[in-house]
Design a protein around this ligand. Structure first.
Ligand SMILES: Nc1ncnc2c1ncn2[C@@H]1O[C@H](COP(=O)(O)OP(=O)(O)OP(=O)(O)O)[C@@H](O)[C@H]1O
Length: 584
């Protein structure tokens, strides 16, 4: 092993790209494991299959590299013609349960696929005293997928960073039917292999990806910048899988479109792509929207309705803004994900089987929601199988220009299908320097507004259109004015309503009751983002830190209550919910 480690150190030192470091590491691990297997009692019947490096810092996939044991001798780390990062071989991913296990235990884990067990190697695991119970964490899908590719035993080693953070894992797969249910070779190999992985970890996380051919663009993903290229390569692999894909990223970053792109590249592309945006569905209707209903299931259900799940049968269901799912509907979704069966509301017949691939979108930090108790931990782990984070536009500035040009052409073709639109270099530069809190949606809005200004200037019709810096500048200025206007106007309206009410009444309406506006604002913020975030949103994070925000909320809501009492109106729903402490 010492010799292997020193040649690995030399190879890592020479590596310029992540892929080279990954292949050198896999080659070392597979060679050492292959020799150990040969020398073991299973040597005659067992064989090594492959290794896969998964780089997933901060809970999101960045890169993948796989190496088949058989192909090992034909590739060399010095070879510039490295295997494609998104070749079919990488599609053979290790189990999500294995990821959870290495993160929870902080050490290597042996997987016995036949038994469905995950055994941490260390006697004194980081979090749990006992090995993860098989049924609780190792799913039948993982088991089936591994067995389909002959893998009976898997060793998963964490990519540990200084300080204990785990930024990925390396999975080694072997086939040995005879050893099903038995201690395999991994445990005695573990410490040596972990040393190799610890040696490689800084290179794997620090080296840039190999600059290669950019992934192809298409109508669903018309722009791919250098910074998103490696994510797109990973997504190309994930699109082919059946497991749940979790797309996170800020609002307007393009998650819905990317979900559609994945569907179009999946074996389910002939089926439907169904989208359910939970932001648009009130909590009490979420179960109904998801599962559909039978006539008479509830007041107002006058006819059957199939629901999103049934509509997506044989296709893909994209559930956006998942953090808005109520705890009750979370339980329902978990059941479908685990058992693949469901029943429409009010249906007295048998359960239906779901043949659907799920893609989940969220701009919230779900792990944080788990900590706050508003999102189920078991559901989180069930959907965190193939997580990919879409960065904000700020982190992919190289894409701003190409996106703006694409959006301009797209807008122009809506009016002049044969027309040509041109974005001046100065206009492009101005856009590139801008800040885009609303990401691609925001950029699209500005381009559309600048386009309208240019059109007006050019008399309303033009086959050839030139968008100048002045148009973009004006569109941006207009935006500044627009942003503040609705708020000021709405406050004015509230003031008018207050005065009108005071005039209408026989008794005066005390102006101090106008302070209840603060309560309305807080209740609305709680409804939109939850209690802790609501206080941060309105600049009162210090109250959250000192844990005084519940009390402050109660005080503000009391003023709303006083106003409602005074004018003889019931409390609005958002206020009543915030008061009842219901999660938003
Ligand atoms: N692939 C794409 N092709 C064309 N336009 C796109 C694409 N991706 C994003 N856009 C533009 O950005 C806008 C936002 O994209 P999208 O709805 O996919 O973002 P999102 O991350 O799902 O946002 P939210 O979290 O608010 O639902 C689109 O309306 C469109 O203008």
């Amino acid at each position: 092993m010492t010799e292997e480690l020193s040649s690995l150190a030399v190879a890592l030192h020479a590596a310029r790209y992540f892929e080279q470091a990954a292949l050198s590491t896999l080659r070392t691990l597979l060679r050492v494991a292959g020799q150990a297997l040969e020398a073991s009692p299973h040597g005659r019947r067992g064989r090594m299959l492959r290794g896969v490096v998964h780089l997933r810092p901060a809970e999101a996939y960045q890169r993948l590299v796989a190496l088949e044991y058989e192909a090992m001798e034909h590739t060399s780390p010095e070879d510039e013609a490295l295997p494609p990062a998104d070749g079919p071989q990488v599609a053979l991913l290790a189990s999500a349960s294995a990821w959870r296990a290495v993160v929870e235990h902080g050490c290597a884990v042996s997987v016995d696929v036949g038994l469905g067990t995950l055994m941490p190697h260390q006697e004194n695991p980081r979090r749990m005293a006992a090995p993860l119970p098989a049924a609780a964490s190792f799913t039948w899908e993982s088991q089936r997928r591994l067995l389909n590719r002959q893998a009976t035993h898997v060793c998963v080693l964490p990519l540990r960073m200084p300080g204990g953070r785990i930024d990925g894992m390396i999975a080694l797969e072997a086939s040995c039917m005879e050893a099903l249910g038995q201690e395999f070779i991994w445990r005695q190999m573990g410490p040596g292999m972990q040393l190799a992985v610890d040696l490689a970890a800084p290179y794997l996380t620090g080296l840039p990806p190999r600059p290669g051919a950019m992934p192809e663009t298409d109508e669903y993903l018309p722009v791919i910048g250098a910074s998103t290229a490696s994510r797109v390569s990973v997504l190309r692999v994930f699109a082919q899988q059946e497991e749940t894909l979790l797309l996170s990223g800020p609002t307007g970053a393009g998650k819905s479109r990317l979900a559609r792109w994945c569907h179009e590249r999946s074996p389910r592309r002939k089926g439907r792509f169904e989208s359910l945006d939970l932001m648009m569905v009130p909590e009490e209707l979420q179960m109904a929207e998801l599962f559909g209903w039978r006539r008479g299931a509830f007041t107002g259900a006058v006819r059957d309705n199939p629901g999103s799940l049934a509509r997506a049968e044989e296709g893909t269901l994209f559930i956006d803004e998942l953090d808005k799912l109520s705890l009750k509907a979370q339980a329902g979704l978990l059941r479908v994900l685990e058992e693949r069966t469901w029943r429409a509301l009010g249906d007295t017949g048998g359960e239906q089987r779901a043949n659907v691939r799920f893609i989940i979108g969220t701009n919230a930090n779900l792990l944080e929601s788990v900590r706050r108790g508003t999102f189920r931990e078991d559901l989180y782990y069930r959907i965190n199988v193939l997580p990919v984070r879409l960065p904000p536009l700020e982190e992919r500035r190289d894409e701003i220009g190409p996106w703006a040009r694409y959006m301009l052409t797209r807008r122009h073709r809506e009016t002049s299908p044969e027309g040509m639109a041109h974005l001046s270099p100065e206009a492009e530069r101005l856009l590139e320097q801008g800040t885009w809190p609303g990401n691609l949606r925001h950029l699209d809005n500005i381009v559309r507004r600048a386009y309208t200004l240019a059109m007006v200037e050019q008399g309303g019709t033009s086959q050839e259109l030139a968008l100048s810096e002045a148009h973009v500048r004006e569109a941006l200025t207009y935006e500044g004015k627009q942003q503040g206007a609705p708020l000021v106007e709405a406050m004015g309206q509230a003031a008018r309503a207050f005065v009108q009410e005071a005039r209408r009444r026989q008794a005066p309406l005390d102006i101090d009751l106008a302070e209840s506006l603060r309560g309305f604002v807080l209740a609305e913020a709680v409804r939109q983002v939850g209690r802790d975030e609501a206080f941060q949103l309105v600049g009162r994070e210090s109250l959250v830190k000192s844990r005084n925000h519940q009390k402050a909320l109660r005080q503000e809501l009391k003023k709303v209550e006083a106003l409602c009492r005074e004018v003889g109106q019931p409390m609005p729903d958002s206020v009543a919910q915030a008061e009842a402490g219901e999660p938003s």
